[in-house]
Design a protein around this ligand. Structure first.
Ligand code: AMP
Length: 365
């Protein structure tokens, strides 16, 4: 089976590393010249909406999937007209727009932060009045790792936020204002749905961000009772069913610590907070995504213990010292260092002491 993947980043690389043992082959399409997946299959360097390149990309491919969600809708539609594309185009369109995402959560009865669409400065002033300060202004589309966001902490910040994010975006700024949620912690839930509608869920994951970028995931999340787990599974299951979803879906939540859980956003793909599943679960999120899109039975999502995943961000770590810590699983993505860039990750299973030593090494690099 040949799997076509739109995007050639580290998620594509880890998909291929999971699929090659199953006998799958991979073809990637990515505009970047030097992306992490390029040595793991055929590689086509082109823009996502280049129809000639898409023509070459689909020849002989059995199914198409993607490893990032900002694929132009036009390209997804073109592909859908030619061959099976999973997750479905509708899921992609919803996940590309924070407002559509939150509207879907609300329709399904899934609690989400209070929010208002913002297209003009007047909209922003009215929305800030309605939601109160602090609040957070975000672009509806193309934001990631905390980019395209402004936290409004005072009346003076309202205009600053508009000048930073809104001004210059034309008549329709396409923004969203959200109430600032004083959450106790962030959780994510990763579900997978097969072509025949079967579903499975990994345990809840606790995530810590630094400067808007995921720094650490712990799975299963500590102190997560059965009711919370059930609520998270129920929410992700409802979204997958509504979207007639196939593949891995990740939803990020705010845990207010009083039994209240709010859905923040969803990613229609494998997710950074699920990297621990490579060593820490019976079947990884990458393998399960491929099983789902290829029409194969799903694998077990059971965790083998408690895993800690640490992202390697910005600077090259001392890999010799990291690997001298027993039980460290190191994944480097072959990317050149740049501030804020995810270069790799480490997973440590059932060994919190090693995880803290690894975290200290990363902190010092
Ligand atoms: P996002 O791109 O929506 O995932 O936002 C990036 C990070 O900003 C989140 O992981 C949170 O730590 C924080 N954040 C986003 N939205 C809110 C909110 N409404 N209230 C408080 N913190 C938020």
């Amino acid at each position: 089976m040949i799997i076509g993947i739109l995007g050639g980043g580290q998620l594509g690389r880890m998909l291929a590393l999971a699929g090659i043992p199953l006998g799958m082959r991979f073809r990637f399409l990515d505009p970047g010249p030097d992306c992490p997946s390029r040595h793991l299959g055929e590689f086509i360097q082109a823009q996502y909406d280049d129809e000639h390149a898409l023509d070459r990309f689909v020849k002989g491919v059995d199914v198409v999937t993607y490893e990032f969600e900002n694929v132009p809708a036009k390209a997804a539609r073109w592909l859908t007209d030619h061959l099976p594309v999973f997750p479905p185009e509708g899921a992609l369109a919803t996940a590309q727009d924070r407002l559509a995402e939150k509207s879907l959560f609300t329709q399904l009865g899934i609690a989400t932060p209070p929010h208002r669409p913002v297209d003009t400065l007047d909209d922003l002033l009215a929305a800030a009045d309605a939601l109160g300060i602090p609040c957070i202004l975000k672009t509806r589309r193309m934001g990631y790792d905390g980019k395209g966001q402004f936290v409004i902490r005072s009346d003076d910040d309202v205009l600053k936020a508009w000048n930073t994010i809104g001004r210059g975006r034309g008549d329709r700024a396409d923004l969203i204002l959200e109430a600032f949620i004083p959450f106790q912690r962030e959780l994510s839930m990763i579900g997978v749905r097969a072509r025949d509608g079967a579903t499975a869920f990994y345990p809840p994951i606790e995530n810590v961000h630094a400067n808007g970028i995921l720094a650490r995931s712990t799975a299963p999340a500590p102190h997560c009772d059965a009711n919370t787990r059930q609520a998270l599974e129920h929410a992700v299951g409802a979204i997958m069913q509504r979207l007639d979803y196939v593949g891995v879906l990740t939803v990020e939540f705010f845990d207010l610590g009083n039994g209240q859980i709010l859905a923040n956003e969803m990613a229609p793909r494998v997710h950074n907070s699920g990297h621990w599943t490579i060593e820490g679960a019976d079947c990884s999120q990458f393998e399960n995504h491929l099983r789902a899109v290829a029409g194969l039975p799903l694998g077990s999502t059971t965790a083998r213990g408690q895993s800690i995943m640490l992202n390697i961000i910005g600077a090259q770590p001392d890999t010799t010292r990291l690997l001298s810590l027993p039980g460290t699983h190191l994944h480097m993505y072959g990317k050149s260092p740049r501030p804020g860039r995810k270069l790799g990750h480490i997973t440590v299973c059932d060994n919190p002491k090693t995880a803290e030593s690894a975290a200290a090494l990363l902190h010092n690099c």
